[in-house]
Unconditional design. Structure first.
Length: 198
């Protein structure tokens, strides 16, 4: 199913689409909140918020629809504790038996559709829905050892936002949800886009 969706998006990127000649580049800075499944921390420190960034490109397929693709970095979440500290993960209680830091970081390549609607000449609202091809890394570090494990997969993302246009620049504010297998990341992003005409 997901491979079919990816193939459908890539099919849109045909010669006739590129011949329309309207593209944009976008850079965004985001505040990301990881849903790690960790709750009821006692003594340990849990930080599920971090800043990230994205570099995106897009094609204006029509006045009401863009095709968007790019790369997004979500920053990291971490749990740090000392011997005797406890935390609950997905309903199970765990305890640190030594001082350790567990970090979880992720990035993704994105391809999706961005429907949009003009409220005024310069103000638009938009949605986002697409495929999130993610890669995450778990890091574990103690006073005497360290290690990491990589995981990857393909899931969906979706969101909505508002943008304002000024002299070829678009300033956008959006809120999106990115699925990472059993985990989710909520991302609130501020973006700056520049439209290219060929």
């Amino acid at each position: 199913m997901k491979n079919t969706i990816i193939a459908s998006f890539l099919l849109l990127m045909s010669t006739t689409v590129f011949a329309q000649g309207k593209y944009y580049l976008s850079y965004e800075v985001s505040d990301n909140k990881w849903d790690t499944g960790v709750t009821v921390v006692s003594g340990a420190t849990l930080d599920e918020d971090d800043t990230g960034y994205a570099i995106l490109g897009g094609i204006h397929l029509s006045d009401n629809l863009d095709l968007e693709f790019g790369y997004k970095d979500f920053g990291e979440a971490y749990l740090a504790g000392a011997s005797g500290n406890t935390f609950r993960l997905d309903g199970t209680l765990y305890a640190f038996n030594t001082s350790a830091v567990i970090a979880y970081e992720g990035e993704a390549y994105l391809i999706g559709l961005k429907p949009k609607y003009k409220l005024t000449e310069n103000i638009s609202i938009f949605g986002k829905i697409g495929v999130n091809m993610w890669d995450t890394t778990y890091h574990l570090a103690t006073g005497t050892a360290s290690g990491s494990v990589d995981e990857d997969g393909t899931d969906f993302y979706y969101g909505a936002g508002v943008s304002a246009s000024f002299a070829g620049l678009d300033i956008g504010l959006s809120h999106s949800m990115y699925e990472f297998d059993s985990d989710d990341v909520e991302s609130t992003a501020l973006s700056l886009s520049y439209t290219l005409n060929f």
